[in-house]
Ligand binder design. Structure first.
Ligand code: APR
Length: 317
């Protein structure tokens, strides 16, 4: 158990995170910060705190509109930013279309982190994921082990779920990873997909797998279309929690996440989704997996898409 975990953004994802951090007793104090009036964060914290006698935990919940509530946090999870929402004409924006708004928010978030918890390990969830993590890196200049984006954990969970459904097996039997950027170019790595240690092709035919991989790439948009307002929030929160638990308990779990590459996979100076080993120090290792030629090509395309958004970040100053 840590002393304190901070959450920035107390909307849909932040709310599930606060509740789950408390239920799983991952820190003695959970701080939630949100700018929304009259005091969304305080209200959510009070609501959760009033339920703690029912779940038997004495975790302290601190909510507020100012960044000072985060003081001393050892891990900070950033969910501040607008989510995707279905437009009146029924179309679904891309994550990249959130860039300008969420960059402005990210700069405020970075200032809050550097003032009140500069040593914290930062797990960022806001979209467009890879570009926002890059901006946090520009503003905070942390050691690369202490800044990580949550994307691959979620994309891989979606892939695993779809494969389990198609194969008619437990989700627990399916191992899978999705690499690259957290956009429509992400790359589900079929060559690493196993069911109880056996190649996925033994259970699911190639055509079905292609359909699953395409659905995985668009899975976020599918939820946006169904919800009508906002985007997925339970599975993103659970994915971030998987990473946070690996930090808190020093589990050294290998989880695909958005990390700074310095030569790995032939990429330099960009944050991209790759398998990472996560422990008490944050990202402790980047794992390089053997990819097929087609997967390598897909990864290259995805890196190019991440680079394009990062260039836009640069152009916005
Ligand atoms: N500091 C703190 N919180 C902020 C700030 C800020 N500067 N600016 C906005 N927020 C808050 C909003 O007030 C809102 O309550 O961030 C919260 C975001 O919550 P939701 O709108 O419910 O969005 P959510 O579904 O939680 O997604 C958050 O994660 O997955 C991504 O695309 C998603 O970028 C989005 C982010």
């Amino acid at each position: 158990m840590l002393n304190k975990i901070g959450l920035i953004g107390g909307g849909n994802i932040g709310g599930v995170l606060a509740q789950e951090l408390c239920r799983r007793m991952l820190a003695k104090s959970v701080a939630l910060m949100d700018v929304k009036d009259p005091d969304l964060a305080k209200g959510k914290c009070l609501d959760i705190a009033e339920g703690t006698p029912l779940i038997g935990t004495d975790i302290e919940l601190i909510g507020g509109k100012e960044y000072d509530v985060l003081e001393g946090s050892e891990i900070v999870i950033n969910t501040a930013g607008v989510p995707r929402t279905k437009r009146p004409d029924g179309s679904i924006p891309t994550r990249e279309e959130l860039l300008a708004t969420n960059l402005r928010i990210t700069d405020l978030v970075a200032a809050g982190i550097s003032k009140y918890c500069p040593e914290a390990i930062v797990v960022s969830v806001a979209n467009p994921l890879d570009a926002i993590v890059y901006r946090l890196y520009q503003q905070l200049s942390p050691p690369k082990s202490r800044l990580v984006g949550m994307a691959g954990a979620l994309d891989s969970s979606r892939y695993r779920y779809f494969v389990a459904q198609a194969a008619g097996v437990s989700v627990e039997n399916v191992e899978a990873i999705v690499l690259g950027g957290h956009g429509d170019t992400m790359v589900p790595i079929r060559s690493c997909c196993r069911i109880a240690g056996m190649p996925v092709e033994k259970f699911v035919d190639a055509e079905t797998l292609e359909g699953i991989e395409s659905r995985t790439r668009k899975a976020g948009g599918e939820i946006v279309g169904l919800l009508g307002i906002g985007s997925a929030f339970v599975s993103p929160a659970l994915s971030a929690l998987d990473m946070v638990e690996s930090i808190v308990f020093d589990k050294k779990k290998i989880i695909p996440s958005c990390a700074l590459l310095e030569g790995e996979y032939g990429v330099n100076g960009l944050f991209v989704g790759v398998p990472t080993l996560i422990g008490r120090n944050g990202i402790e290792k980047i794992i390089e997996v053997e990819l097929t030629e087609a997967e390598k090509e897909g990864f290259k395309r995805s890196v190019a898409a991440v680079q394009k958004t990062v260039d836009e970040v640069g152009a916005m100053g």
